[in-house]
Design a protein around this ligand. Sequence first.
Ligand SMILES: [Zn+2]
Length: 242
Amino acid sequence: MGLTHDIGAIKQQYRDLFELAHQRLLTVFTQLHSKYHCSQCNTPPDAIDHVLHPGCEFRNWQKESIITMEQTIGKQILESLDKIQSLKEVHGSCHSCGVCCSLSSSQFSPDELGTKANEGDPFAQQFLSVFLPYDSHDHAKARHPELVEEIVEQADGPVYFYHCPHLTDDNKCSIYNDPRRPDICKTYPDTPLVLMYKKCGYQPWKAEMLPTTLLAQATLELCQYYSNRILEAVKSSGLSER
Ligand SMILES: [Zn+2]
């Protein structure tokens, strides 16, 4: 196995941490719920995205929940992400294996990346400013047989392989101090979620930080989901007032 982690195993870990983050968030809603009381509600609403009657006190429960997600929980997520970044060079360092430059994979074809770049996507713009597509999977395989096979095998859909022509034969970057070297290269790996070659010097960082990253990602996703659900409920109860 050439990759540090099995993609299927990471997805399973994400599902487990998503469940944990969900339980934690529901606990927050429940705790906030106990602060409110409405004399008109015979049965207090138990779901945070309940469509409430006009003038219901529990509207403040919904409001406070949104504020808590945006401020308290949002701050915790940011602190978590900052911590992950700040430990990158503590747990990892570049060993010049050159794999991240000579084999980058994407679910997007060169044309799709081109469209994204034209639409202003900064990642696509930077990526295309250096990376070139391999003509075929066989060309990519000729350079990294084990990895290409593994990535294709584990992918859910199509995979496209790219390489950087600025990589020298001794795995150095020939535009390292050049303004043409994009930020995506300077900050790589920007998240422990990137596919990583097991001999990558950042592997210990990835291994150490993966659960924290997945938990932060799951919490963010849940907060976005519940904020939208609450806003929809608020909108619906506003409509019923007319
Ligand atoms: Zn009420």
